[in-house]
Design a protein around this ligand. Structure first.
Ligand code: SAH
Length: 456
């Protein structure tokens, strides 16, 4: 039996979707090794031994896997953001598609057509949003960047390969401002200190930049200096906002915004529609991939202009609004009041008059709509990680739409829900995995689900 600190030779034969390679010891124990790749022959140091599996770390790569590449980010080994910078993008896409297929088949018990994954054209600098924590090192140096894996230790970074280059400029200007003024930095442990997070958003089509500072208090010292420095250094700066968060919490944003420059919002374009984005608005982080995801959802919705479309978990309304011109009527349901306000605003800005939005819990709202006799032809589901659950699936069954389009960010809960759909006579015809977040462990999917016998 292996034990802690043993050094073993290990051949990596499979990978988890979370970014670990896996190999087996001579006596059949699985060893998980982060940042290894299928095909690697490694010398591995054992870090922890459980009953049937163990964890190790790479001591030496004896023979590299064919798909192994040199990581193109100096922070990769420490930062908790990316897990796949050491393999080719094609290999990453294969692993992600396999993760979706395994979940649907093993958890859902469903045999269906799993389409090739829609990969991202941009693997670098595809994000339009960053929320960077700040802290102090032991020697009192400002730390700004990303958390290490499963930890709140800040890895100090000057840049991130997933972010637009201009975000590095904002980070640098923020450091310069902090060096020139005596603003304190928040300490998570004590709840003391002022500046907590730097939060940046970029409208990719409009090139409008939003910079937001999350502070433990009402504001920063010398905000006029800050605005002047940002305006001088950032030609596309549109607005600067102070968000107050005085709670001792992991939630990044507090409830109150104060605009110190510009209008407090930026705009961007998605599928030909214009959207207003505030610090609180949900907005797709990889805009180009969101357009591809929505195009697939639209294909699966197969609208003819006659349908009533029910968009559950609609956020700021984006999916439904991009289809509103192709249906008779759109009803969106979303639990966060500000998102509902944004959705209504977004409908108005785009002169969409056949949409209404309800602020409610999706399962409850669906049950209410069903009791009132609502009979949507197509239902769109885009729930958070925990999925939509059995109760909502049963309510949808009672409303008997011809088609359901399920957008999911978690293959396991998706698979569970597809099984509930199967139980009420809805068949999953096709699943398309979509890679919204290259180099990270996340994978999205969109599914076409339909009644085995259409009722019209
Ligand atoms: N469809 C949108 C957003 C999807 S994210 C888009 O593509 O832009 C999931 C959304 O579900 C979030 O906006 C979240 O606030 C909302 N949500 C979470 N729990 C909910 C619930 N129980 N009922 C309704 N909406 C909920």
């Amino acid at each position: 039996m292996i034990k802690k600190n043993d050094i073993i030779e290990l051949s990596v034969t499979s990978a988890t979707a979370e970014g670990s390679g896996v190999g087996k010891t001579e006596d059949g124990m699985a060893v998980f090794v982060p940042q290894s790749a299928v095909g690697d022959l490694l010398r591995v140091r054992i870090l922890k031994v459980k009953k049937t599996y163990a964890f190790g770390k790479i001591e030496e790569i004896i023979t590299p896997a064919p798909e192994r590449i040199t990581p193109d980010c100096e922070n990769f080994s420490r930062c908790g953001g990316c897990v796949w910078r050491h393999i080719s993008y094609k290999e990453e896409c294969d692993l992600k598609r396999q993760k979706v297929a395994d979940a649907v088949e093993r958890i859902g018990g469903i045999q269906t057509n799993i389409r090739p994954i829609i990969g991202s054209e941009r693997v670098l600098r595809y994000r339009n949003k960053a929320q960077l924590p700040l802290g102090l090192s032991k020697d009192g140096e400002v730390q700004m960047g990303f958390y290490a894996f499963h930890s709140h230790r800040i890895i100090d970074c000057a840049d991130c390969a997933l972010q637009p280059a201009v975000f590095a400029d904002v980070m640098r200007l923020t450091r310069d401002f902090l060096a020139q003024t005596d603003n304190s930095i928040y300490d998570e442990a004590t709840g003391k200190g002022r500046l907590r997070h730097l939060y940046i958003r970029l409208g990719e089509v409009t090139d409008e930049l939003m910079v937001c500072y999350v502070v433990n208090g009402n504001g920063l010292k010398q905000e006029d200096v800050l605005v002047r420095m940002l305006r001088e250094g950032l030609p596309n700066l549109k607005t600067v906002i102070i968000n107050s968060n005085r709670e001792k919490t992991n939630v990044i944003l507090g409830g109150k915004n104060r605009v110190i420059y510009g209008s407090g919002v930026i705009t961007d374009v998605l599928c030909g529609l214009t959207f207003t984005i505030s610090p609180f608005s949900f907005w797709q982080v990889n805009r180009a991939q969101a357009e591809r995801l929505y195009a697939k959802a639209r294909e699966y919705a197969a609208l003819t202009g006659e349908e009533t479309l029910l968009d559950l978990y609609c956020g700021t309304g984006t999916i439904g609004l991009t289809m509103a011109r192709d249906c008779k009527q759109l009803i969106g349901v979303e639990i966060i009041p500000d998102a509902v306000k944004d959705a209504e605003h977004n409908a108005a800005v785009n002169s969409i008059c056949n949409a209404r939005f309800l602020c409610a819990d999706a399962p409850q709202a669906a049950a209410q709509l069903e009791r009132e006799g609502a009979r949507p032809d197509v239902v769109i589901l885009d729930p958070p990680r925990k999925g939509c659950g059995e109760e909502l699936v049963r309510t949808i069954g009672k409303m008997a739409p011809d088609r359901v389009v399920y957008v999911s960010c978690d293959p396991a809960t998706l698979a569970r829900d597809l099984k509930y759909f199967a139980e009420i006579g809805y068949e999953t015809k096709e699943v398309t995995p979509v890679d919204m977040f290259p180099r990270t462990a996340h994978v999205e999917s969109v599914c076409r689900i339909s009644r085995e016998k259409p009722h019209k």
